[in-house]
Design a protein around this ligand. Structure first.
Ligand code: ATP
Length: 297
């Protein structure tokens, strides 16, 4: 008998980044919003641990134990003193290395799926603890909805969302490595004091009221200059989205996916068409938020 878990991608509507800490991480004030683009992780009984992956970007996903889904299974097994006997299959729809936390989603999905398959009965607190060990974005993939992440992004406070937001995501040719983008951030700020990251009250309010225009006026991404510096062609994609009627255009997380907020579902579809026609991206995907976190199907 196998178990399947569906997990959403995320967009950062605010990504406020502080200076590098002595441990190399950055303090963040990170407002996550889960969006309706999903990976599905299926856990099936097996001898030993194996991973397979299907989907348009599957060839970019490692199938050894460096896969974040495999690492999640190993972490759960180790805590419960058992062997990680499971076959994990990832049906991948979230762009790989796109700044949408696809690997983190698979980790959260694998954790929940293995917990159900093995009957480990881990508490929510334990699952969140393992998620935080696996990566800064993993706890949010488990929880979904909207949340403020502080610390290195892993300390979550849920946020209220008062309505649906409609997005278009433009996928870029190639990926950006998150550590490389942080290194570029550090380089761009060299010799200057980075302000302490704080959540924007106006942005939190825009989420709570479900007001797309107010959200558009408040979205920010402190990693955007670094992502644009490493991937200058994203400027043309952002400009094409703005010309196509986006209320807001920004780099998603560490990029190179770009995110465009639309007025409503219909505008999102015409904006996606405009982006495809612009020739400035590999593909354009429409998705609504908020989306639920990791869910057993
Ligand atoms: P984030 O937004 O959290 O910074 P991302 O969306 O930019 O992440 P991912 O799709 O998570 O990036 O992948 C980053 C790298 O991690 C990939 O290039 C790949 O080598 C590796 N990786 C490990 N496990 C996975 C997985 N399950 N899915 C995708 N990539 C994975």
């Amino acid at each position: 008998m196998s178990v399947t878990v569906r997990v959403p991608a995320k967009v950062n509507v605010q990504l406020a980044v502080g200076g590098a800490r002595p441990d190399g991480f950055h303090d963040l004030a990170n407002v996550f919003l889960a969006v309706g683009l999903y990976d599905e992780v299926t856990a099936a009984p097996a001898d030993g641990l194996t991973v397979t992956c299907a989907g348009p970007d599957a060839h970019q996903v490692p199938l050894d134990h460096s896969n974040l889904a495999a690492r999640a299974a190993l972490a759960l097994a180790e805590r419960h003193g058992r062997t990680a006997d499971v076959h994990l299959h990832i049906a991948k729809d979230i762009p790989v290395a796109g700044g949408m936390a696809g690997g983190s989603a698979d980790a959260a999905g694998a954790l929940l799926a293995c917990d159900a398959l093995w009957g480990t009965g881990a508490s929510r607190a334990e699952l969140l603890d393992i998620c935080a060990e696996l990566g800064s974005d993993v706890p949010f993939s488990l929880v979904g909805g909207a949340a403020l992440g502080t610390g290195r992004g892993e300390l979550l406070t849920p946020l209220e969302v008062g309505g649906a937001f409609h997005w278009v995501f433009a996928l870029a040719d190639g990926g950006l490595s998150t550590p490389a983008v942080y290194r570029e951030f550090d380089r761009l700020w060299e010799g200057r004091d980075v302000p302490v990251p704080e959540a924007s009250p106006a942005l939190v309010d825009a989420l709570r009221t479900g007001d797309a225009a107010a959200l558009a006026a408040t979205v920010t991404n402190d990693l955007q200059p670094a992502a644009l510096s490493l991937f200058p062609s994203l400027r043309a994609t952002l400009a094409a989205g703005e010309a196509g009627g986006a209320l807001a255009a920004l780099v998603s997380g560490s990029g190179p996916t770009t995110a465009f907020l639309a007025k409503d579902a219909e505008s999102a579809h015409s904006l996606a068409d405009a982006l495809r026609a612009s020739g400035t991206c590999r593909a354009a995907r429409v998705a609504a938020s908020p989306a639920p976190g990791a869910t057993l199907l």
